[in-house]
Design a protein around this ligand. Structure first.
Ligand code: TXE
Length: 484
């Protein structure tokens, strides 16, 4: 694409402009300048997408699993073939380092397609025998047109995590990527066409939450919604779906605890914590933004962790050596700055970072950069320790014993993920059992097995995705009872 080219919607297998003809600037966070235009679609575009998805559903839902699998595998292959193109688009759209997009986001997107393409070849059906009376078997049928809404932090990875299971089991989809990061979804449309995905199976409507997202969530013909994004938006999605009894899955925010016991392998805990604190500039819902360290290890941890974080190279995301790129938007940068200021008012000490750095180069003069920031000395219950910042900011707090830190970990409205670092196996099990999060990582972070349930407790969401859970979410179980 050349500069300021127009991204298009992908509806019924065609690239089409928004019906209203309106576009929004697509800003490159590293430069603060528009580099393409994204459709500012509205309800008419959603209607066209729903009509296409409805039309495609009967044939696609009857297509044999082996054929659906073949097409999804082809999509995965084409993403791999175009890895560099996708990675660059992802980096320019989000501000994340190109090296991260290339090594993590894009490979994980193709593995999403590959995983669900093969999963549908290995499903089992349940049957329940009633002695002498009847037997029951369960049909799991695709649900129809599903709505898939994703955020800006891991655009292709999270969108494909929804699209792949949804269409693998025979649904057709209306998908909406974040208006801040539309490019990889646009490229995915091209790949789906080349892979031979029938027209209308996947429709991508670009645009804002109010103009497109809320139309999808309220649409009477879309009975199933899978949403990933902020908790405030998630509440609106739940409210829109409730009167229509929609089946809704919500993957929302987090304020994840990262607990380091004094008996941990400190080298591993520090290296893991640098990643879990600052991967993607801290803009991963799973990032461990609250670090708790057992008191005997506290001083050493703070010193060595801060030193290691200070070695992260912040720079132009497109430069190979960059570890920390730009924040996704001006608004998000302002949010991060607000919370760092608030931390100072709440009594925090800025151990590292805390103020916008000089631009890494001339190209990035007006980009949205914020350095990795480490804050100590904050009370556990303060706002900075309770509210999701979603940026390169962590707090570190000491603790004295297991019960105390379990209390700290659970003292939040969120419950998405946690990490525990210890060499004591019994303790690992004990703590994992008592932490209220959907995932507990022990001596690791962000290790992903596509078969396991993924999702949050409390205000981090409703429902679980991943493996069998996703196949179940996107199908409707029906019991057939046959008398003997
Ligand atoms: O997310 P939104 P935003 C958190 C993070 C961030 C905050 C807001 O704390 O600061 O959320 O970010 C679409 N009906 N996370 O505003 O709005 C929107 O267009 C239907 C955590 O970018 O939740 C986009 O496609 N859809 C998070 C998607 O929802 C609507 C990742 C997510 O955007 C809508 C991102 C509506 N009324 C932000 N309004 C995570 N947990 O991974 C917006 N959208």
């Amino acid at each position: 694409m050349t500069q300021l080219d127009q991204i298009q919607n992908f509806i019924d297998g065609q690239f089409v402009p928004p019906i209203g003809g309106k576009y929004l600037d697509n800003i490159e966070p590293a430069t603060g300048k528009p580099y393409s235009l994204v459709p500012d679609s509205d309800s008419r575009d959603v209607e066209a997408a729903v009509a296409a998805a409805e039309k495609a559903f009967p044939a696609w839902s009857r297509t044999p699993a082996a054929e659906r699998s073949r097409i999804l595998l082809r999509i995965a292959e084409l993403i791999d073939r175009d890895l560099e193109k996708f990675a660059r688009a992802e980096s320019v759209d989000t501000g994340k380092p190109l090296s991260l997009a290339r090594s993590l986001d894009i490979p994980r997107a193709s593995s999403n397609f590959r995983f669900f393409a093969t999963a549908i070849l290995h499903t089992e059906n349940e049957a329940h025998m009633m002695d002498g009376v009847a037997f029951n078997y369960t049909l799991r049928q695709p649900r129809g047109v599903v709505g898939l809404i994703s955020p800006w932090n891991l655009p292709l990875y999270l969108l494909s995590w929804k699209i792949a299971p949804a269409i693998a089991v025979g649904n057709t989809a209306v998908a909406k990527p974040s208006e801040l990061t539309p490019m990889t979804a646009f490229l995915l449309g091209e790949v789906c066409r080349e892979a031979g995905l029938p027209n209308g199976v996947l429709n991508i409507v670009q645009g804002t939450g109010p103009n497109v997202g809320s139309v999808i969530t309220a649409h009477p013909k879309i009975g199933t919604i899978s949403f990933t994004g902020g908790t405030v938006t998630g509440r609106k999605v739940a409210q829109a779906g409730a009167p229509l009894f929609k089946k809704v899955s919500l993957e929302l925010g987090g304020k994840n605890p990262n607990i380091i016991f004094a008996d941990a392998d400190l080298d591993a805990a520090i290296a893991g914590s640098v990643r879990s604190s600052f991967a993607n500039q801290g803009q991963v819902c799973l990032c461990g933004s609250r670090v708790f360290v057992e008191r005997p290890a506290y001083d050493e941890f703070v010193r060595r962790f801060t030193e290691k974080v200070s070695q992260l190279k912040q720079g132009d995301p497109l430069e190979e050596k960059t570890d920390q790129g730009a924040i996704v938007s001006k608004m998000q940068l302002e949010k991060v700055t607000f919370y760092v200021d608030l931390a100072k008012q709440e009594g925090g000490r800025i151990a590292l970072g805390g103020a916008a750095p000089p631009p890494p180069n001339e190209r990035c003069r007006d980009g949205y950069f914020f350095p990795p920031t480490v804050i100590t000395g904050l009370p556990v219950g303060c706002r900075v320790n309770r509210e999701e910042i979603f940026g390169p900011v962590v707090t570190i707090t000491p603790f004295d014993n297991e019960d105390e830190v379990i209390g700290y970990a659970n003292d939040t409205d969120y419950g998405l993920a946690s990490s525990v670092w210890t060499q004591n196996l019994s303790r690992a099990h004990r703590v994992a059992e008592q932490i209220h999060t959907g995932t507990v990582w022990v001596n690791c972070w962000l290790v992903r097995d596509l078969r396991v349930p993924f999702g949050g407790m409390k205000q981090s969401g409703v429902g679980r995705e991943g493996g069998e859970e996703a196949l179940r979410f996107f199908t409707e179980p029906k019991n057939v009872c046959i008398a003997k």
